[in-house]
Design a protein around this ligand. Structure first.
Ligand code: PLP
Length: 235
Protein backbone atom coordinates (compact mmCIF):
# COMPACT_ATOMS: atom_id res chain seq x y z
CA UNK A 1 0.00 0.00 0.00
CA UNK A 2 1.17 3.54 -0.77
CA UNK A 3 2.94 5.47 1.95
CA UNK A 4 0.46 8.36 1.62
CA UNK A 5 -2.47 6.01 2.11
CA UNK A 6 -0.95 4.46 5.21
CA UNK A 7 -0.38 7.94 6.59
CA UNK A 8 -4.00 8.92 5.90
CA UNK A 9 -5.30 5.70 7.42
CA UNK A 10 -3.30 6.31 10.58
CA UNK A 11 -4.64 9.85 10.84
CA UNK A 12 -8.19 8.51 10.54
CA UNK A 13 -7.60 5.77 13.12
CA UNK A 14 -6.05 8.36 15.45
CA UNK A 15 -9.14 10.54 15.15
CA UNK A 16 -11.38 7.60 15.95
CA UNK A 17 -9.26 6.59 18.95
CA UNK A 18 -9.34 10.16 20.28
CA UNK A 19 -13.11 10.39 19.78
CA UNK A 20 -13.66 7.10 21.63
CA UNK A 21 -11.45 8.35 24.46
CA UNK A 22 -13.44 11.58 24.71
CA UNK A 23 -16.76 9.72 24.71
CA UNK A 24 -15.63 7.53 27.56
CA UNK A 25 -13.76 10.15 29.58
CA UNK A 26 -10.39 8.52 29.02
CA UNK A 27 -7.00 9.97 28.23
CA UNK A 28 -5.51 9.28 24.83
CA UNK A 29 -2.11 8.41 26.31
CA UNK A 30 -3.68 5.51 28.18
CA UNK A 31 -4.52 3.71 24.96
CA UNK A 32 -1.60 2.25 23.06
CA UNK A 33 -2.04 1.78 19.33
CA UNK A 34 -0.40 -1.46 18.21
CA UNK A 35 -0.25 -1.54 14.41
CA UNK A 36 -0.73 -5.14 13.26
CA UNK A 37 1.64 -5.58 10.34
CA UNK A 38 1.33 -9.33 9.71
CA UNK A 39 1.51 -10.22 5.98
CA UNK A 40 2.60 -6.65 5.15
CA UNK A 41 6.12 -5.88 3.93
CA UNK A 42 8.79 -4.01 5.90
CA UNK A 43 8.31 -0.95 3.65
CA UNK A 44 4.75 -0.57 4.93
CA UNK A 45 5.97 -0.80 8.51
CA UNK A 46 8.58 1.85 7.75
CA UNK A 47 5.87 4.10 6.34
CA UNK A 48 3.78 3.69 9.49
CA UNK A 49 6.84 4.35 11.63
CA UNK A 50 7.53 7.55 9.67
CA UNK A 51 3.93 8.56 10.34
CA UNK A 52 4.67 8.31 14.06
CA UNK A 53 3.78 4.76 15.14
CA UNK A 54 6.19 2.91 17.42
CA UNK A 55 4.33 -0.27 18.42
CA UNK A 56 3.86 -3.07 15.90
CA UNK A 57 2.20 -6.45 16.24
CA UNK A 58 3.05 -9.65 14.40
CA UNK A 59 1.32 -13.03 14.57
CA UNK A 60 4.02 -15.46 13.58
CA UNK A 61 7.57 -15.80 14.82
CA UNK A 62 8.91 -17.00 11.48
CA UNK A 63 7.50 -14.09 9.51
CA UNK A 64 8.46 -11.54 12.14
CA UNK A 65 12.07 -12.73 12.29
CA UNK A 66 13.08 -11.46 8.85
CA UNK A 67 10.99 -8.30 9.08
CA UNK A 68 12.39 -7.35 12.47
CA UNK A 69 15.95 -7.81 11.25
CA UNK A 70 15.25 -5.66 8.18
CA UNK A 71 13.92 -2.91 10.44
CA UNK A 72 16.62 -3.14 13.08
CA UNK A 73 17.53 0.52 12.51
CA UNK A 74 14.13 1.65 13.86
CA UNK A 75 13.23 1.94 17.54
CA UNK A 76 10.19 -0.30 17.39
CA UNK A 77 8.40 -2.03 20.24
CA UNK A 78 7.38 -5.43 18.87
CA UNK A 79 4.32 -7.27 20.14
CA UNK A 80 3.61 -10.93 19.50
CA UNK A 81 -0.16 -11.19 19.23
CA UNK A 82 -0.63 -14.61 17.61
CA UNK A 83 -0.63 -18.07 19.12
CA UNK A 84 2.83 -19.14 20.24
CA UNK A 85 3.95 -22.75 20.32
CA UNK A 86 6.17 -23.46 23.27
CA UNK A 87 8.95 -24.76 21.00
CA UNK A 88 9.19 -21.21 19.55
CA UNK A 89 9.49 -19.59 22.96
CA UNK A 90 13.19 -18.86 22.63
CA UNK A 91 13.12 -17.00 19.30
CA UNK A 92 9.94 -15.23 20.43
CA UNK A 93 11.67 -14.15 23.62
CA UNK A 94 14.58 -12.76 21.62
CA UNK A 95 12.47 -10.92 19.05
CA UNK A 96 9.54 -9.45 20.94
CA UNK A 97 9.15 -6.90 23.72
CA UNK A 98 5.62 -8.01 24.63
CA UNK A 99 3.86 -11.37 24.33
CA UNK A 100 0.06 -10.98 24.30
CA UNK A 101 -0.81 -14.63 23.84
CA UNK A 102 0.34 -16.63 26.85
CA UNK A 103 -2.29 -19.31 27.31
CA UNK A 104 -0.63 -22.22 29.08
CA UNK A 105 1.69 -22.94 31.94
CA UNK A 106 3.96 -24.86 29.62
CA UNK A 107 4.42 -21.80 27.39
CA UNK A 108 4.99 -19.52 30.39
CA UNK A 109 7.63 -21.90 31.69
CA UNK A 110 9.43 -22.01 28.33
CA UNK A 111 9.37 -18.24 28.02
CA UNK A 112 10.76 -17.90 31.51
CA UNK A 113 13.54 -20.41 30.82
CA UNK A 114 14.40 -18.58 27.60
CA UNK A 115 14.80 -15.33 29.48
CA UNK A 116 17.35 -12.81 28.28
CA UNK A 117 20.95 -13.18 29.40
CA UNK A 118 20.78 -9.70 30.94
CA UNK A 119 17.98 -10.93 33.20
CA UNK A 120 15.49 -8.44 31.81
CA UNK A 121 11.92 -9.41 32.56
CA UNK A 122 9.55 -10.14 29.71
CA UNK A 123 6.18 -8.33 29.76
CA UNK A 124 3.36 -10.77 29.02
CA UNK A 125 -0.42 -10.87 28.85
CA UNK A 126 -2.66 -13.88 29.27
CA UNK A 127 -4.97 -14.58 26.35
CA UNK A 128 -8.43 -15.46 27.59
CA UNK A 129 -10.97 -17.33 25.51
CA UNK A 130 -14.33 -15.82 26.43
CA UNK A 131 -16.12 -17.16 23.38
CA UNK A 132 -15.49 -20.73 24.54
CA UNK A 133 -15.19 -21.74 20.89
CA UNK A 134 -13.19 -24.93 20.52
CA UNK A 135 -11.29 -23.51 17.54
CA UNK A 136 -10.00 -20.47 19.38
CA UNK A 137 -6.76 -20.06 21.27
CA UNK A 138 -6.65 -18.75 24.80
CA UNK A 139 -7.37 -20.11 28.22
CA UNK A 140 -10.98 -20.40 29.42
CA UNK A 141 -11.89 -17.65 31.90
CA UNK A 142 -12.53 -20.27 34.58
CA UNK A 143 -8.88 -21.33 34.46
CA UNK A 144 -7.38 -17.86 34.25
CA UNK A 145 -6.86 -17.27 37.98
CA UNK A 146 -4.97 -20.54 38.37
CA UNK A 147 -2.70 -19.65 35.46
CA UNK A 148 -2.10 -16.16 36.88
CA UNK A 149 -1.08 -17.66 40.21
CA UNK A 150 1.33 -20.04 38.54
CA UNK A 151 2.84 -17.36 36.31
CA UNK A 152 3.34 -15.09 39.31
CA UNK A 153 6.05 -17.53 40.42
CA UNK A 154 8.14 -16.88 37.32
CA UNK A 155 10.41 -14.02 38.26
CA UNK A 156 11.54 -13.53 34.68
CA UNK A 157 8.02 -12.85 33.46
CA UNK A 158 6.14 -9.67 34.19
CA UNK A 159 2.40 -10.24 33.96
CA UNK A 160 0.67 -7.00 32.98
CA UNK A 161 -2.87 -8.00 32.11
CA UNK A 162 -5.19 -9.84 29.76
CA UNK A 163 -5.90 -10.13 26.06
CA UNK A 164 -8.98 -11.29 24.19
CA UNK A 165 -10.06 -11.96 20.62
CA UNK A 166 -13.86 -11.99 20.79
CA UNK A 167 -15.92 -13.73 18.12
CA UNK A 168 -16.34 -11.65 14.97
CA UNK A 169 -19.82 -10.15 15.18
CA UNK A 170 -21.22 -7.50 12.86
CA UNK A 171 -23.29 -5.97 15.63
CA UNK A 172 -20.80 -4.23 17.89
CA UNK A 173 -23.23 -4.17 20.80
CA UNK A 174 -22.93 -7.96 20.78
CA UNK A 175 -19.14 -7.67 21.04
CA UNK A 176 -19.27 -5.20 23.92
CA UNK A 177 -20.10 -7.83 26.59
CA UNK A 178 -16.87 -9.69 25.80
CA UNK A 179 -14.81 -6.58 26.48
CA UNK A 180 -16.75 -5.97 29.69
CA UNK A 181 -16.17 -9.54 30.76
CA UNK A 182 -12.42 -9.25 30.20
CA UNK A 183 -12.29 -6.06 32.23
CA UNK A 184 -14.33 -7.65 35.02
CA UNK A 185 -12.03 -10.67 35.07
CA UNK A 186 -8.98 -8.39 35.30
CA UNK A 187 -10.63 -6.58 38.21
CA UNK A 188 -11.36 -9.83 39.95
CA UNK A 189 -7.74 -10.93 39.60
CA UNK A 190 -6.45 -7.51 40.67
CA UNK A 191 -8.43 -7.73 43.91
CA UNK A 192 -6.57 -10.90 44.85
CA UNK A 193 -3.40 -8.82 45.19
CA UNK A 194 -1.13 -11.53 43.87
CA UNK A 195 2.49 -10.48 44.10
CA UNK A 196 4.32 -9.92 40.81
CA UNK A 197 0.98 -9.52 39.01
CA UNK A 198 -0.56 -6.40 37.51
CA UNK A 199 -3.83 -6.30 35.57
CA UNK A 200 -3.35 -2.80 34.24
CA UNK A 201 -3.28 -3.74 30.56
CA UNK A 202 -6.27 -4.88 28.55
CA UNK A 203 -5.33 -5.81 24.99
CA UNK A 204 -8.63 -5.75 23.14
CA UNK A 205 -10.12 -4.22 20.01
CA UNK A 206 -9.30 -4.74 16.33
CA UNK A 207 -10.14 -2.75 13.18
CA UNK A 208 -13.88 -3.30 13.32
CA UNK A 209 -14.44 -3.01 17.07
CA UNK A 210 -11.65 -0.92 18.63
CA UNK A 211 -13.87 2.02 19.51
CA UNK A 212 -16.16 -0.17 21.60
CA UNK A 213 -13.09 -1.78 23.18
CA UNK A 214 -11.76 1.66 24.18
CA UNK A 215 -15.13 2.57 25.65
CA UNK A 216 -14.85 -0.60 27.73
CA UNK A 217 -11.33 0.07 28.98
CA UNK A 218 -8.86 -1.21 26.38
CA UNK A 219 -5.31 0.00 27.04
CA UNK A 220 -3.91 -1.63 23.89
CA UNK A 221 -5.79 -1.83 20.60
CA UNK A 222 -4.44 -4.11 17.85
CA UNK A 223 -5.26 -2.59 14.49
CA UNK A 224 -4.23 -4.04 11.14
CA UNK A 225 -6.66 -3.62 8.26
CA UNK A 226 -7.69 -0.05 9.09
CA UNK A 227 -4.02 0.98 8.79
CA UNK A 228 -2.46 -1.30 6.18
CA UNK A 229 -5.48 -2.39 4.14
CA UNK A 230 -6.80 -5.88 3.66
CA UNK A 231 -4.66 -8.99 3.90
CA UNK A 232 -4.54 -11.95 1.56
CA UNK A 233 -6.85 -14.69 2.89
CA UNK A 234 -5.24 -17.04 5.40
CA UNK A 235 -4.34 -20.37 3.86
C1 PLP B 1 -4.79 -9.93 12.76
C2 PLP B 1 -5.02 -9.61 14.16
C3 PLP B 1 -5.43 -8.33 14.56
C4 PLP B 1 -5.74 -7.20 13.61
O1 PLP B 1 -6.93 -7.44 12.92
P1 PLP B 1 -7.58 -6.32 11.98
O2 PLP B 1 -8.99 -6.73 11.88
O3 PLP B 1 -6.86 -6.39 10.68
O4 PLP B 1 -7.41 -5.01 12.64
C5 PLP B 1 -5.57 -8.10 15.92
N1 PLP B 1 -5.33 -9.06 16.84
C6 PLP B 1 -4.94 -10.29 16.48
C7 PLP B 1 -4.70 -11.30 17.53
C8 PLP B 1 -4.78 -10.61 15.14
O5 PLP B 1 -4.40 -11.86 14.81
Amino acid sequence: MMTATIRENIARVEERISAACRRSGRRRENVRLVAVSKTHPPESIRAAFDAGLRDFGESRVQEAMSKISQLADLQITWHLIGHLQSNKARPARDLFHWIHSVDSLRLAEKLSLASAPDGARLPVLIEVNLGEEASKEGIPAANAVALVEQISNYQRLELHGLMVIPPFLENLEEVRPYFRQLRALAGEIERRNISNVSMRELSMGMSHDFEVAIEEGATMVRIGTAIFGSRPPVV
